[in-house]
Structure formats: C-alpha cells, structure tokens
Design a protein around this ligand. Structure first.
Ligand code: ARG
Length: 460
C-alpha cells in the first residue's frame, strides 16, 4: 500500500531524497559560533603565513562578523541545498565579499573543520555543565548545613537500616557530583587539542602554523596525527559517558524525591513550582519534575550507545556516518542541562518534614546495631554473640509490638542478665547518629564540618 504522506515527500525523486538524507543543516546550524570562530582563526593564520593577503583576511573577518550578527538576529536564511553549516556560512560570505571568501577554505577541509567546530562546542558545553553542577552542589551543601542534625532513616534494600542525618544524605550527592565534574574536566583536558590543519586527512602542502591557531582557539596543543584527527570522536564519547553517569546520579536522587514525597513517606514537600495537580483528583500533587529527571537517562544513555554504535567498525578516516554524531549528543547535552536545572530548583524548593523523618528513623529497630555495639563495648562480648543477643531482643520487641527503647529492663535481662539501664542511652536515634563520628560517618558534628568545607570550596 502506498503511504500518501511519506510518498508525497519523495515525489520529486532521487535528488530530493539525497538532499534529505545528506543535509545536516537542520541540526548543525547550532555550531555557527564555533564555525565562525574557527574560520576567523584560520584566516588570520593564513594571512600571517602569507598564504592569503592581509586585505582578504580583513574582509573575511568582517564578513564573518556580519554573518554571525545575521544568524543571531534570526535574519539568516539557512538552505538545505547547501547541506551543512560550513557551506551555508561560506556561501553567504561569498555573496557578501566575493572572491576573498573562496580563499578561506585554503589548506582546510570540512573534515578538520567539523572536528574543530564540534570540539569547540563540546568544550563550551562542558564549561556550561560544570557551572550548573557547581550550583547544584552549592544548593545541596546549603541544605545539608541547615539539616546537619535532622535525623532520617538510612536505608539498605529500601528497608530502614540505621538512623542517619538528612544533611549526610544530601552530601552523598555532592560527592557524586564532584566525581561527575572531575570526569568532565578530565574529558576536557584530553580533548583540548587543535584539529585544524589535518585538512581532509593527510595534512596540507601549505606552510600553515598550527601553533598559532592552537593559541588563538584556546587549545593546549595541536593534534599529532592527521588521520586520527579527522576520524576521532572520542571527545564526544567521553563527554557523553560522563553525562550518562551524571544523569544516572540525578535519576537516583529524583527517585528518592518521588518516594520521599509520597503520602506513605512524607519526608519532604515540594511546592507547586515543581509539581502538578491532577485534572480529576483534586488532592493530588504529582512530582512530575522529579519523574522527568528520573527518565532523562533514557535518552542520555541512548545517545552514548548510539554514538558508540555509529563509530564501531568505521574504517579510517572520515566517513559520512560521523555526521550522525551530533543530534544525539545535542539532545543529551540539552537534556542533562535541563535535568540539572530542575534538580537544583527542587533542592531549593523542598521542605523536609523533620518529625516524619525522625519517626521513620526510629522504626524498624534501627538502633539494633547500637545495642549490639553497647554489648561489645560495655560487656566485652564478641560482636557475633552481641549480634545474636540483639537478634533475640529484636524478636521480643517485635512480638510485643514495641520499639527496642520500650522493652522493659527485666525483659532485656531475661536474655542477657548483665544489661543495665545504661543501655537505653544508646537506643535513641539522636544518640545513634551522634555516636557515628568515624571519618565520613553521619554524626551531626561531622556533617556540619563537611557541609562547611564544601561551601568554602564551592564559594572560593
Ligand atoms: N556535515 C558534515 C559532518 O557533520 C561535515 C563534514 C563533511 N565532510 C565531507 N567530506 N563530506 O560530518
């Protein structure tokens, strides 16, 4: 059966199909700033080396500034027939300045040009994401300082395990984000090499100065092998991989926000800035923003897998396959940036309910480990025996449906006669968290110190 809608689109035959599959202008137009910056640096270098005249270089620079102004003002007409951003800009330049425009592409190919543009774009993206991640770390650290002593249950297997503090929990994410930033910084360091001058794949016979464009464009050094230079997309893969891990962290936090704001948990409240009502159930407040942050790794991990799959098995050097690197990467970067912004907004917006969290922290015999530790410290019991005695006491508390702290002393002594009333001191959630002063532990004094340390570093 013929499909009218799709059939109609290709009516004009092979030329139209080729244009449609070949063109990248629809998405690579967002590289215009990087493309223009690269062309200006290239033209300046060509003039300095005497490959083009100073007058031509000046015209090229002025023309490129004008093209940039037109694009920024939305006055530029992009043409699909001109395939991509590189040819669109060059063609407009030609209509402005004539013959000199044709000299710009001397000693250059679109292969090193696109490698340059995309590197510059990814580098800018990393800087942008890094700033956003820092803001999120700040928001988390500020909340953590406020809630250094706010007790909440710590979970393993999503079962109440031991009391911790809300501040300690938030600082766990500050650590994750620090690793995310370090991974992005590492990718940036490795990618910061200038591809310009590799030309199509073999280098060029013109006496270019790659050190000059390297300096002008803020790179650390020129790339060392022209074949590798035009065939390489590691810089995108590494960045996407760092983005995928970061998105995974954000999705874990988002899931916690979803859980915490249920009526079963009630640990935190989000205002209607980050929630929506239901069109039919008036009582509902749905954590949509958190759910969407939870979902974003779908497309971000997808982008990483897409590009790995595109690059896998590609023979050296450039193949048009590599044009497929951009759409998923742009989408992943945009999605992550939005997810970070939404998470930062939610952190600032959320109000923890200290009473609910404390109540939950005291449930599930969460101080059983404190009891066992007391038996070890005060009665010199081997930990394994203490674990066994505590297990029996928990069973008794469970049977009479009371907390450990509410078990009468005589009941405790029926299991272990040497237990004294001193034990009750360690059974409260407050004393439990206060006692965990080991380095990296949840004691409020530790958490406050860590939050302040982070704030100082982040504000520096
Ligand atoms: N639009 C192309 C891309 O994104 C630019 C490079 C084209 N090079 C070529 N030899 N056709 O990869």
């Amino acid at each position: 059966m013929t499909n009218k809608m799709w059939g109609g689109r290709f009516q004009s035959g092979p030329d139209a199909i080729m244009e449609e599959i070949n063109a990248s202008i629809g998405f690579d137009k967002r590289l215009f700033r990087q493309d223009i910056a690269g062309s200006k640096a290239h033209a300046a270098m060509l003039a300095k080396q005497g490959i083009i005249s100073k007058a031509d270089a000046r015209q090229i620079r002025k023309g490129l500034d004008q093209v940039q102004a037109e694009i920024e003002a939305g006055r530029f007409t992009f043409s699909r027939a001109l395939e991509d951003i590189h040819l669109n800009i060059e063609s407009r330049l030609k209509s402005m300045i004539g013959a000199a425009a044709g000299r710009l592409h001397t000693a250059r190919s679109r292969n090193d040009q696109v490698a340059l543009d995309f590197r510059l774009y990814v580098r800018d993206t990393i800087d942008h994401l890094d700033g956003q991640l820092k803001d999120l770390q700040l928001a988390l650290s500020e909340k953590a300082e406020t809630h250094a002593a706010t007790v909440m249950p710590g979970f393993t297997h999503l079962q109440v395990a031991q009391p911790v503090t809300f501040g300690h929990h938030l600082l766990a994410y500050v650590e994750m984000l620090a690793r995310d930033r370090a991974r992005l910084a590492d990718a940036r360091r490795r990618m910061n090499e200038n591809p310009l001058g590799a030309a199509a794949l073999a280098g060029t016979s013109f006496a270019i100065d790659r050190q000059m464009t390297t300096r002008d464009l803020g790179f650390d050094r020129p790339t060392r092998n022209s074949l590798d230079t035009v065939a390489d997309r590691d810089f995108v893969l590494e960045t996407l991989s760092a983005c995928a891990i970061c998105a995974t962290h954000l999705s874990r936090f988002a899931e916690e926000i979803v859980i915490w704001s249920t009526s079963q948990f009630r640990f935190v409240k989000l205002s209607d800035k980050f929630t929506t009502g239901s069109s039919i159930m008036p009582q509902k407040r749905n954590p949509d923003a958190a759910e969407l942050v939870r979902a974003k790794p779908g497309r971000i991990i997808g982008a990483l897998v897409a590009l790995l799959t595109i690059m896998k098995g590609l023979p050296l050097t450039y193949s048009k396959d590599m044009q497929e690197d951009k759409e998923p990467a742009f989408d992943a970067f945009d999605s992550l940036s939005l997810a970070i912004a939404a998470t930062t907004g939610m952190v600032k917006d959320m109000t923890p309910d200290a009473a609910e969290m404390r109540k939950a922290a005291a449930s599930g015999f969460s101080t059983a480990t404190d009891l066992a530790d007391w038996l070890v410290q005060k009665l010199k019991m081997p930990f394994r025996d203490a674990h066994h005695v505590t297990g029996r006491l928990v069973a008794m508390a469970e049977k009479s449906a009371v907390d450990l702290a509410d078990l009468p002393l005589e009941t405790m002594q029926s299991i272990e006669p040497r237990i004294t009333k001193d034990v009750y001191k360690v059974l409260s959630v407050e004393s439990s968290v206060a006692s965990r002063r080991s380095f990296g532990g949840t004691a409020p004094t530790n958490v406050q110190r860590e939050a302040r340390r982070w704030l100082k570093t982040l504000r520096a």
